[in-house]
Each structure stands twice: as C-alpha cells, then as structure tokens.
Design a protein around this ligand. Structure first.
Ligand SMILES: Nc1nc2c(ncn2[C@@H]2O[C@H](COP(=O)(O)OP(=O)(O)OP(=O)(O)O)[C@@H](O)[C@H]2O)c(=O)[nH]1
Ligand SMILES: [Mg+2]
Length: 492
C-alpha cells in the first residue's frame, strides 16, 4: 500500500535526521521533497499546498522538546497532518438505531461494488452481529444478480430474489418490506455501475435514494484507489447529485499511489469508511486515518496486525497445537496448520509492513516472493505425504521420499531439503518450549495467538538482516544465505 510514497517520505526525512534543531533552511529541502512525493502520488494540489503550509507552520512553531530529536518531531508532525487530512478517526456506519438500516452501494463500473457488498455483509454479521439482507438491484447487467447471490450463498447470508424487470427503486422498497417481515437489521443494496458519470445513472440512483430517504440510508460510493484524482472527481459528482454518507476505497492491495485516500475527504468532505484490500470476502478493513498515516511513514500498524491475527487464527487449533508443543511434539501437520494461519493473514510483505520499521527494511531486501514460493513448495510436498507421515516424519524412508518427490512434482533433493528444514524447526520448537516453561520468551515478537512465537524456522529468505526476531524465529543459523529459507541444509 502506497509503497512509493513511503519510500519518498523516508528519503525526504534523511535530510532532517541528525539535525540539532529544526530551522527554516534545514526543512526547506525536506518539505520540497515531501511536496513532490505527494504530487507524484496524485494527491490533489490544493491538499498538498495546505498540507505543506501546515507542516511548516507546526514544525517552525514547535517548541523544542528535550530528549526528542528534531527529525522525530518532524515525522510526528507529518504523521498528525497526514492523519488529519484523511479524517483523524474511523467513522463506521451509523447502526445505532431501532429501524432497519438501508445501505445503498453506488459507483462506476467495475469499481468493486458487488464484491464490497458481500464483504460488508460478512463484516456486519461477524463483527456487529447484525442480521443482514443482500439485495441485487443492478438491472443494467443482469449477471450481477448471480454474482451477488453467489457471495450470499458462500457467506451464508440471506438475499432478496429481486425482480430485475422492476425499477431499482421499486426493488429497494420491496426489499425493505421483506427485510421488515424477516427481522433484518441491515439491508445492503448493490446497484448498477456505468462507464462514466451520466444523467441516466445519476437519475436512477437518485430515485432509489429518494425512495429510501425516510429511512435515512447510508449511501456508500465504491471507488478504485488506483484511479487517483479521477476517483476524487467521481466522488464529488456523486456527492453533489445524491449526497454520499461515505466512500469505500477498493483495490488498496494494488499499487495505488495514495492520491485518492489523501484527497477525497479534503475535497468532498465525505469520510472514507472502509478500504477493500483484495478479492476475497475477508479482505475488508475499517479506514483508520491514523493507522494509514503510520503505515505510510513506516511506523507500522501493530493494532491492525493484532486485529487481523485475531480474525485469521483459529483459537481452538492454536490451543490444540500448543498442547502438542507442551508435550514436546511438533508435527508436519502442525507446521502445515501454522502455514495456513499465516496465509490467512495475508502475504508476507503485507504482514511485515505492519511491524514498525519493517517497511524500510523490506525496501532494501526487495522481493519476498522466493520465500512465498518456498512456502508453496512445502505445502505441495506435505500434501503428498500420508497422514501418518505428517504425524511422524521419521517414518519417511528413502523409497517414500522418491514417491513424495514424484507426487509433488519436486526433486528428491528438494524433498530431502524440506525434511532437513523441518527437523531444524522441530529442534528449535523444542528449545522454545523450554523457554516457555522457564517463563516467557524475552525478545520474541511472534504473531499474537500463534503458538511457538510465530513462524517456525526463522523462515526468511537467505541473506536477510536480523529478520529472525520479529518473526519469533529465534537464533541465527550458520547456513544463512545458502537457500531461500536461510540455509541450514540437511546433513546426515
Ligand atoms: N485486487 C482486488 N480486486 C478487487 C477488489 N474489489 C473488487 N475486486 C475485483 O474487481 C472486479 C470488479 O469487481 P465487482 O465487485 O464486480 O465490481 P462492480 O463495481 O460491482 O462492477 P459492475 O457491477 O460491473 O459495475 C472483480 O474482478 C473483483 O474481484 C479489491 O479490493 N482488490
Ligand atoms: Mg456489480
């Protein structure tokens, strides 16, 4: 998310780090770079102008705080200003009411409306304990009904069997009546998109909105974050025509530059309420301006990481693994489950970026995909093992290694390599359990809720600096740098 912007900011701050005092001359170059970074990220020029003026004013007016270096003070000022431009606090939907809440989902073609409707249903049911109804009201592209119903079925959420020959406003009215009869709390109405803002589309949505106006609807516009200033202009047109209550930025997992996120609130006055970060239904986050500011400035986002971990990690599985570990047992099956948990959390780089300071380090390292590929390889190898073997890898003899290699499309050496690494992990797990028994694991920053302090094996790509600790992997290994998993090959 906003990688280039983060990188440019980090470069800009180098100028001011180590300076004894903030002065007009020594922040000039930094401010110039911050300004360029924002403009290149496609942030609205008025926002940039005001942003720079505010930061300058704050920085020069800042009382020198003893013990805090000026560089850090300056970053803090930029952080606060970034957060303030985006809106300071998360604004969730207003669900605190007696009556059913209609949520109208609008936006241009292909922005992610239908996907978001499904995600929101899941979020409101699981997190807010709401009884949700999904309503297809896209009469423009009939296949959209099936698309939404497929999401509803997969999620186990009720849907309304709309008659697409009706006007969307009549569908909305009927759906609300149905929702009342069926004790629903929230009704999410997915509408049609168009290629451009046009009168026909606006006219239709306006009618739907008006038909719901006595019910005080939430009107959320979904905008693809990649489209930058265009998203801001579209949001403005929609807001002028139908009054939005919130914006949802989708495709934040892509290489969006940040322009939309940093400008929409300022230009339109409409808060961003959610961000969509992938194609899966779980890929939805509340929009927290302060947390996003921290991510942009490489300050990490530990709160979001903890929340993600709570969602992604099955507490029961974690406990059963913990019991195994307490008995000194760590099986291939356990390892596979841990990898699954990791996968649920997101890509390695997306997780690492949430840890303070990791963003910069990741930029130095570059590509994490070798490690991801290695994890995929391990997964296929494990899938070719029998259940018994996953419980006790020592059962695997030479002939079985050949079979596993064939079955998984790997070489014998690759299977042996995996077994070697697993043996190492097993050893290390044993060591960790000793520490657990000895009362806590100093310096272990493993993922919350994960037994054994996180990913086993210090499993990071070769040649990575000091990455073992944040992953809870423990000791550095001699073979570091030999292979994508930090070396340490199996030697009998
Ligand atoms: N990577 C990524 N893809 C997304 C995200 N949200 C939606 N998509 C994808 O974008 C495409 C369009 O999404 P839809 O939800 O169908 O968009 P829509 O606005 O309903 O489109 P129309 O109904 O045709 O106007 C689909 O392929 C989605 O899987 C996201 O947050 N990240
Ligand atoms: Mg759609």
């Amino acid at each position: 998310m906003f990688d280039t912007l983060s990188e440019k900011f980090s470069d800009a701050f180098k100028n001011i780090q180590g300076k004894g005092k903030i002065s007009e001359t020594n922040i000039e170059e930094t401010l110039k770079q911050v300004r360029t970074a924002l403009l290149e990220a496609d942030v609205n020029f008025k926002v940039v102008k005001e942003f720079i003026a505010k930061v300058k004013e704050e920085a020069l007016g800042e009382k020198v705080i003893k013990g805090v270096n000026p560089g850090e003070q300056f970053i803090k000022i930029v952080h606060d200003e970034l957060a303030s431009v985006m809106g300071v606090e998360n604004e969730e939907l207003n669900l605190d009411r007696k009556d059913i809440v209609p949520v109208l989902v609008v936006g241009l073609n292909g922005q992610g409306k239908t996907t978001f409707s499904g995600k929101l249903a899941l979020h409101l049911r699981n997190k807010k304990k709401k009884n949700v109804l999904l309503v297809p009201a896209d009469t423009f592209r009939p296949a959209a009904k099936d698309q939404l119903i497929t999401h509803a079925k997969n999620l186990g959420v009720d849907w309304f069997d709309s008659d697409l020959s009706m006007h969307p406003k009549d569908i909305a009215i009927k759906a609300m009546a149905f929702a009342k009869e069926n004790d629903k709390d929230v009704v999410i109405i997915d509408t049609a998109g168009r290629l451009h803002v046009d009168d026909e589309l606006m006219g239709q949505i306006k009618e739907v909105r008006e038909s719901l106006s006595s019910m005080n609807p939430e009107v959320l516009m979904v905008a693809d974050a990649m489209t930058g200033q265009e998203a801001v202009n579209v949001a403005k047109s929609f807001h002028d025509a139908i009054t939005l209550t919130g914006v949802v930025l989708s495709k934040m997992d892509s290489d969006a530059r940040g322009g939309a996120a940093l400008s929409i609130r300022y230009v339109t006055g409409v808060p961003i309420k959610y961000i969509s970060t992938g194609e899966k239904m779980k890929d939805l986050e509340l929009f927290h301006p302060d947390r996003l500011a921290k991510r942009i400035l490489d300050m990490g986002d530990v709160l979001s990481l903890v929340e993600k971990a709570e969602d992604a990690i099955d507490q029961k599985e974690a406990e059963s693994m913990m019991k195994n570990l307490e008995k000194g047992k760590f099986t291939v099956e356990d390892f596979m489950k841990q990898m699954d948990m990791m996968k649920n959390l997101g890509s390695m780089s997306s997780i690492l970026k949430m840890i303070p300071g990791m963003g910069g380090m990741l930029r130095q390292i570059g590509d994490l995909s070798p490690a991801e590929t290695e994890m995929t390889r391990m997964r296929v190898i494990i899938n070719s093992m029998t259940k018994q073997e996953r419980q006790d890898y020592k059962l695997i003899k030479e002939s079985r290694i050949e079979r596993i290699a064939k079955g998984s499309g790997n070489t014998v050496a690759q299977v042996k390599d995996f077994l070697a690494k697993f043996r190492q992990m097993e050893k290390m797990m044993g060591g960790m359990m000793q520490m657990f028994k000895g009362g806590g694991m100093p310096g272990m920053g493993g993922f919350p809720g994960m037994p054994g302090g996180g990913m086993p094996g210090g499993g990071m790509p070769g040649g990575m600096p000091d990455f073992d600790n944040p992953f809870g992997g423990g000791k550095k290994k001699k073979g570091k740098g030999k292979g994508p998993w930090g070396g340490g090959y199996f030697k009998k």
